[in-house]
Design a protein around this ligand. Sequence first.
Ligand code: NAI
Ligand code: MG
Length: 335
Amino acid sequence: MTQRITVIRGDGIGPEIMKSTLRVLDTLDAGLEYDFQLAGVAAQEETGELLPQATLDSITENRIALKAPLTTPVGGGFKSLNVALRKHFDLFANVRPAISFKGTKSRYENIDLITVRENTEGAYLGEGAWTAPDGSRAESKMVVTRAGCERVVRFAFDLARRVGRKKVTAVHKANILKDVTGMFLNVARDVAEEYPDIEFNDLIVDNACMQLVMRPEQFDVIVTTNLFGDIISDLCAGLVGGLGLAPGANIGKDVAMFEAVHGSAPDIAGKGIANPCALLLAAAQMLDHLDQSDKAQRLRQAIAEVIAEGDRTTPDLGGSGNTEQFTDAICERLV
Ligand code: NAI
Ligand code: MG
């Protein structure tokens, strides 16, 4: 059976890494049909809109989207398109695995953790955001709901069970932000009782950051609120060799959207040297989601082997290859 997915090629390095990713998916024979849609600056140039209705309709219909990075124009009051997409489709759980690959410049070798970031509430809602006309004061509100906390914590525990993880750590700042992240912590403690097979602990966010750098191997699944999750997942990407290796899945009740964590990298766009791995690893998450975990595993294995070998990787990983040679090397291992 063919599965139709919405594909957004994106801006900057987006089209380069998407080309590589689709080639790999075709080599894997993943049975996907691509419904190409526009978003970001590419969409604005062609349709006058950053997020055309046709793109939203396509995602609603296909329920699965693979998305390359989008450039959010600076100034002019543009809201982040990613935040807009997550909000529109209520993609409440952002799943960001950080896994060590042998052959990177990372200080660590055996990191294997997943951050589950709440994606629709908290500090990124933009509620009550306000700057005084004279520029002397600015405000924004942080809002969480019990239901919003509960669904993401439950998602993290269910994920842990499904993929055989042993421990969930809730990260918060309940000692200071007592109401907002205190609610998150209380809900996490309540939900944890329903999962006696999964170990549970909690850490205050600043301590969690230090622990992640000192002893990352103690972590398995981390669940946290929107702002902390944004920061912690980049920290984790740094632990395993940088943004070029960091994928993310945005999961909602009806729709799931898979993407690289990094942006459109305008500084290297058009040079053909972008690392395609973050989007490739996001494609692997998508294959897991589509019950094609055997292919997802083959893909991860091929990426790991090519990185370990080293000579055909992109410059950000210390290699002397380009996007195409990196992709060739991965495809060779998949046929
Ligand atoms: P960025 O992630 O695009 O780049 C940061 C640094 O990492 C740059 O030096 C870049 O060359 C490097 N880098 C990123 N991805 C790479 C890859 N695959 N291979 C090799 N090097 C890579 O972040 P920046 O510069 O802050 O943002 C650029 C644009 O991207 C902005 O318009 C921003 O709004 C947008 N953005 C979009 C995101 C998305 O669509 N998910 C996420 C983050 C930023
Ligand atoms: Mg971020």
